[in-house]
Design a protein around this ligand. Structure first.
Ligand code: WTA
Length: 671
């Protein structure tokens, strides 16, 4: 049989690469890696996980790693064409059982969660027993409120450790959670709660972050004014700040939990039953409710933590993301807990109260893996290495990054200063829809190159396709768009209530393949480099936003006639939002201070989406460059913002090229 994948047989490791450091080779006290010591070790295991003969590996792995209530017979079924992908379809299991009960029985007093509170002195460890009891109590409260298997529950919680209990409580009784990042505005929360028909919402009185309080419950109250289905709100007391409790609807978490038993049995779920919905931005203004399954998702969440972070029993895993995004779902809650290792809920920011915060944390809790985003690394790099140097970071073995391509300067700082050249750097490429890492180095096996996510993860059979011809680009030194040839267990199964959109977004662009939406290249050594989104998605500090979402927000301002939003490079946040706005002719623009107008529009975006989406710059322009049929030519705007106004290329498709001069002048004037 020929090769079933596009990977090279060997790689040239002499070529500016960073081999696995001794810590990833079992040196001294450190454990021997699961997969090592080199590319060949990775390749021989990877080959078992893709292609027509890989069912055996997946069967054995799923049986060994997960606890099933009833066994599965079929490993996989369905495919991309109909979007009817299935993994382990007859099997029944429960995600909470796999993440909690089986570890609780083994070691009830062992640490499940390291809760690093916003104030450094207030953190503590939560045992498996405490997490189990809290989870069961919340599950029983939900049951009392009539929540049943298959019902949806909204979770609008900041980084409190009880967020993990809320997720697992839903999973335990078979309810489908829909977590909404607590940085989203009331309007965004309202749309997400209504889209998935939630009757119950879980939140806090307030959140704490960077020494400040965030009025979480007040945002919920505002959102729920237009959520007619919501009957119950469970409110966790985090700060004790004053909140309004609506009679008959709102109840305190501690009061309700006091009334119920600390044990609740796990509902047997079919492997294909949905575990959660998570909304993410696509090319249009309406976010998609991405639906993940139970068995396939939990298996690959577990495996990717085990292999990509080389997790071993007793490890203390620290992912600094927010539970409201996919990274928090897979790498704070489900992945580490399924492995039975301690996970971290980090409530603060990398710079509060000082830029030493991450390193103090690592030193104090002896974290073994640290996982963060390039934007945080760039910020810390700018603030100076003295903040890192005074701390003992010898517990660390693996440093991960996620969210956007990491620039080599940030990579080197992470490797040299944080890792002291002794840790493996894993640049992990994946997305909400993949559920788990798609491209990432295995730290004990792969020599890394700064800026490359290196090679496909187990189960991901990837190709690069020429977007013009649709042909698969074989061999090295090629660039195109990234696709997958076959499905993998943690692939999202649908878009909630919109399977057509699921098929159209991921399956139809290149029939027979799954389309990620990112450009990618394979270099002369076979390493994969992710080049960023090829659609209208902008990535700000690792937060995914669509240009259409920001445009829809701006247009709500009373004076705005038309707007176009583009993403452009930013030294800290990776990309930033730039907006071009044409005011309505009747809007008296001359008598209003442009700074005040800009502020009003930024407030509109914060109100419609959330603070993280606010444009870095808003340009008031007379007109936008359009084609004869009226389509906005964003390419031109992107070039102008990037300072490449002299390289606009062919403008023959622009109906009124003269509008471009006005735009160039306005952008220059505001620099
Ligand atoms: C981008 C976040 C390059 C990519 C886990 C993808 C990356 C989008 C990387 C998904 C990386 C994520 N290198 N680009 N290591 N990680 N991306 O759904 O453009 O919030 O399509 O999932 O982030 O964002 P999402």
């Amino acid at each position: 049989m020929g090769k079933v994948h596009g990977l090279p047989d060997s790689v040239d490791e002499a070529n500016d690469v960073f081999p696995p450091p001794p810590r990833l080779q079992g040196d001294g006290e450190y454990p021997k890696p699961h997969i090592g010591p080199d590319y060949k070790a990775y390749l021989s295991e990877y080959e078992k996980t893709v292609g027509p003969d890989s069912d055996k590996w997946w069967k054995e792995t799923a049986e060994k790693e997960l606890s099933w209530f009833t066994p599965f017979k079929t490993v996989r079924a369905g495919g991309f064409e109909a979007g009817d992908v299935q993994w382990f379809p007859e099997g029944t299991l429960n995600a909470a059982y796999n993440c909690l009960d089986r570890h609780f029985y083994k070691d009830p007093k062992g640490t499940a969660i390291i809760y690093e509170a916003d104030e450094p002195s207030e953190g503590r460890e939560i045992s498996w027993e405490e997490l189990m009891q809290e989870t069961c109590r919340v599950a029983n409260v939900l049951k009392e409120w009539g929540v049943k298997k298959g019902d949806t529950v909204s979770i609008y919680l900041p980084m409190t450790w009880q967020a993990a209990a809320a997720f697992l409580a839903c999973a335990r009784i078979g309810a489908v959670h829909s977590a909404v990042f607590a940085g989203f505005s009331a309007e965004s929360l309202r749309d997400r709660v209504n889209d998935c028909d939630c009757r119950v919402l879980i939140t806090t009185d307030e959140g704490r972050r960077g020494g400040k309080s965030i009025a979480t419950k007040a945002i919920v109250d505002n959102a729920l004014e237009s959520c007619p289905l919501v009957e119950h709100v469970l409110v966790l007391r985090r700060t004790g700040g004053k909140v309004n409790m609506k009679e008959g609807r709102d109840a305190w978490w501690h009061d309700e939990c006091d009334k119920v038993q600390p044990f609740c049995p796990c509902e047997p779920m079919n492997s294909e039953d949905p575990l959660f919905i998570l909304y993410t931005s696509g090319s249009t203004g309406k976010p998609k409710g991405v639906v993940h399954s139970t068995g396939g998702y939990i298996l690959q969440a577990l495996l990717s933590v085990k292999y990509v972070f080389d997790v071993h029993p007793g490890d203390r895993f620290a992912c600094m993301a927010d539970v409201g995004w996919i990274t928090g779902h897979t790498y704070i809650v489900y992945g580490p807990l399924a492995n039975g290792v301690a996970t971290t809920v980090f409530e603060s920011t990398p710079v509060y109260p000082t830029p030493s915060r991450y390193w103090e944390f690592v030193d104090k809790w002896k974290a073994t893996q640290l996982y963060t985003a390039p934007t945080a690394i760039r910020l810390l790099r700018r603030l100076g290495e003295e903040h890192v140097k005074k701390h003992d970071l010898s517990s660390l073995r693996v440093l991960g990054t996620v969210g956007e391509p990491i620039n080599p300067e940030a990579w080197h700082w992470y490797n040299d200063i944080a890792g002291k050249n002794k840790c493996a750097i894993v640049d992990t490429y994946w997305m909400t829809e993949t559920g788990s890492h798609a491209v990432a180095p295995l730290p004990g096996a792969i020599s890394t190159k700064p800026g490359s996510a290196t090679f496909p993860c187990f189960g991901y059979d990837l190709e690069i396709i020429d977007p013009q011809s649709g042909e698969v680009l074989k061999g090295n030194d090629v660039e195109g768009v990234l696709v997958a040839r076959d499905h993998w267990p943690s692939l999202a199964r649908t878009v909630y209530k919109d399977h057509k959109r699921y098929l159209e977004t991921y399956m139809k662009p290149y029939p027979g393949y799954f389309f990620f939406g990112d450009g990618a290249a394979r270099d002369s050594d076979g390493y994969i480099w992710i080049k960023g989104r090829v659609d209208d998605v902008i990535n700000v500090s690792g937060h995914r936003l669509s240009t259409a979402e920001v445009e829809s927000a701006l247009i709500l301002h009373k004076g705005v006639a038309e707007t176009a939003v583009v993403g452009s490079h930013d030294d800290i946040t990776g990309q930033a939002v730039y907006a071009f706005v044409c005011m309505k002719p009747e809007f008296d623009q001359d008598n209003i201070d442009p700074a005040a107008l800009n502020k009003e529009m930024a407030i509109q975006v914060r109100k419609s989406i959330g603070p993280f989406a606010a444009p870095k710059k808003i340009y008031l322009v007379n007109d936008l460059p359009k084609t004869r049929s009226g389509k906005i030519v964003r390419r031109v705007l992107r070039k102008i913002v990037a300072g490449e106004a002299d390289q606009l290329g062919d403008l023959s498709s622009v109906a009124e090229p003269s509008v471009i001069d006005d735009i160039i002048a306005k952008v220059k004037a505001s620099k």
